[in-house]
Ligand binder design. Structure first.
Ligand code: SF4
Ligand code: SF4
Ligand code: SF4
Length: 579
């Protein structure tokens, strides 16, 4: 009888340098020479665990890649889970704001044109009778951006990079500089586009490698560098997004920036086990969530979420009950500090904060928060001897549903990721399928969602893209074809650059992406000219980005049963999920 067991996959079964898109294997000689030069020679190898030595991290979690003149290395708005170190050559960083930067079309971004009213109506009879007909395939229309095979990989590039970029505000980075580390560690989108100027050679380190170097390097040189960069370039602007810090005096804000602590919780790849849990029908995912602040603890500051999501829960008999959730930019612990100022006695947290998946947060120490509150001077909250002000209503608005179990299920299923979650109220839905037909009319005669999915109480959550806060579908797309639309924030796919590898479909935990065969205008399935295998492309809900009147599914429902909900809009969530 054959043995069906296999050994558990391990982290370094496939070194980074052997993954698709890599050039040469990381040999011991290359690793030696890297470890002998700064900044890697400044890392203390003694602090690393025996099972995770620095040498093996460099060998397995990094790779050397080359770029030719004009190649785009990273692109603003894309997701990235690696950082780059310039080994040789020069790269140019676009410093312009989105509005004044290089046009989207030459960077290979999808450019959506909103249809006029008449074009929207004309879809009803002008659509090709075959599904998934692609214009580029039938008309030979040339894309406006340039692609070429560079170092064995299809890349988008800019012709005459120096001449073009001289018209824009850019910075040059030469050997010895890092870039991309903030997006990789914070799991946020790239904030800029970086081109190779001339031939350059870069060391790319995947996220896990950087994380372990930060964790075990006793000299803290890289950690210090990354924290300094974030403090210097982005922290003040991030803090100012919250009303608490908005009007802060520059001197106080600078002291806060200097003293803020950075914290990371949870596993970067936690969406993978979560996907398995969904498949097994096991919703009890809160068990593995790292606790940030325990119920009953005295907060030593306020926690402000940088990226990821957090669950707020309360003790309930022998378990816990979810009472809310926080998304990027929201804060926890302010109520307790305000109450402490009011009563002049320490106030413990009445709820617990834990990380759902991977989370980055900053902690602003209590004395500084008290200083802001006192600076705001208001008669309401502080007794006569020590007047301060609430700079927001006490109890920041988290979602409150009549049914705690429903709230808990929405969090357990990670639906709180959604900036546009599709919800169908089954008490009103007559199964007429008008929503599905409307979606098909707006999208190549093929609907972009399936009216089927988990049912929570009377609500069905169909398999439609949620347009996640943290779109993990984007992480491993080799051509960055799946991307966040920079104007609307929706997650869309560029048909001109999707190579049909299905990486996004396999990463999406909500099964919201479907791979389809594509056709020419005569309805013939298009095949690869060499292998003769049918070409496929990824499709998903694009929130009807090119339709003037917004999501066709929501508009078409004659019974007001289908809604698109931004799960971070507390009043909308409460409205849709009220009985
Ligand atoms: S495709 Fe999946 S992971 Fe990506 S945004 Fe949509 S629901 Fe989220
Ligand atoms: S199938 Fe998905 S991951 Fe692959 S190229 Fe297309 S959009 Fe990117
Ligand atoms: S928003 Fe548009 S693309 Fe998305 S499911 Fe609705 S009709 Fe389809």
């Amino acid at each position: 009888m054959s043995d069906p067991s296999i050994s558990r996959p391990r982290r370094w079964d496939k070194p980074f340098s052997l993954e698709v898109g890599s050039e040469d294997e990381m040999t011991d000689d290359i690793v030696d020479s890297l470890l002998q030069s700064p900044p890697f020679s400044q890392i203390d190898p003694e602090g690393f665990k025996k099972s995770l030595p620095l040498r093996e991290i460099m060998k397995n979690d990094s790779r050397i890649i080359g770029f030719d003149d004009g190649d785009i290395i990273i692109r603003r708005g894309d997701w990235g889970n690696s950082a780059f170190f310039v080994l040789s050559g020069t790269v140019r960083v676009d410093l312009e704001r989105k509005q004044t930067s290089l046009p989207d079309e030459i960077l290979g971004r999808r450019v959506s044109k909103v249809k006029t009213f008449f074009e929207s109506i004309a879809q009803l009879w002008k659509n090709n009778k075959h599904p998934e007909v692609r214009e580029i395939a039938s008309t030979g229309n040339k894309p406006t951006f340039n692609t070429r095979i560079s170092h064995g990989k299809t890349r988008i590039y800019l012709q005459e990079v120096s001449a073009v970029l001289d018209k824009y505000r850019t910075a040059k980075l030469e050997a010895g500089h890092w870039f991309g580390e903030l997006a990789a560690l914070g799991r946020t989108s790239r904030v800029t586009t970086v081109f190779s100027e001339g031939v350059s050679q870069l060391l790319e380190i995947r996220w896990q490698g950087i994380r372990d170097i930060l964790r075990y390097d006793r000299n803290r040189s890289l950690k210090q560098y990354i924290e300094d960069v974030f403090r210097e370039r982005a922290l003040a602007a991030f803090l100012r997004t919250d009303p608490l810090f908005h009007d802060c005096e520059p001197e106080l804000l600078q002291r806060i920036v200097d003293q803020v602590e950075f914290h990371t919780y949870g596993n970067y790849d936690s969406h993978k086990p979560f996907k398995e849990l969904i498949k097994d029908g096991d919703n009890n995912t809160d068990a593995g969530e790292p606790v940030i602040i325990e119920e009953g603890d005295y907060p030593n500051g306020i926690v402000m979420i940088r990226s990821g999501l957090a669950r707020i829960s309360k003790r309930h008999y022998n378990g816990r009950r979810t009472v809310g959730y926080l998304s990027p930019g929201q804060i926890f612990g302010l109520d307790e500090i305000q109450a402490e100022l009011e009563s002049l006695t320490p106030v413990a947290c009445r709820t617990q904060l834990s990380a759902i998946g991977h989370l980055n947060a900053v902690l602003v120490p209590t004395p500084l928060v008290e200083e802001i509150l006192q600076a705001k001077q208001s008669p309401e909250i502080i007794p006569s001897n020590k007047k301060t002000n609430t700079c927001r209503p006490t109890g920041s608005h988290t979602v409150k549903l009549h049914d705690d179990l429903l709230l808990s299920q929405l969090v357990d299923h990670h639906y709180v990721q959604g900036t546009s979650l599709m919800v169908i109220n089954l008490d009103r839905c007559t199964r007429c399928d008008d929503c599905v037909r409307a979606c098909a009319t707006a999208h190549d005669n093929n609907p972009r969602f399936v009216r089927h999915g988990p049912i929570l109480n009377q609500y069905m959550i169909p398999n439609a893209c949620l347009h996640c806060v943290d779109p993990i579908c984007m992480i491993e797309c080799p051509t960055a074809a799946i991307q966040r639309d920079l104007d609307h924030g929706d997650i869309v796919i560029n048909e001109q650059t999707c190579i049909g590898c299905a990486q996004c479909a396999s990463n999406c935990p909500f099964d919201a992406i479907r791979m389809v065969d594509i056709r020419d205008s005569k309805g013939e399935i298009i095949v690869d000219s060499k292998s003769h295998v049918p070409l496929t492309q990824a499709t998903k809900c694009d929130l009807c980005i090119d339709q003037k009147s917004g999501p066709a599914c929501e508009r078409a429902c004659p019974h007001d049963a289908l809604f698109r909900v931004d799960m971070h809009d507390a009043s909308k969530v409460e409205e849709v999920f009220s009985p």
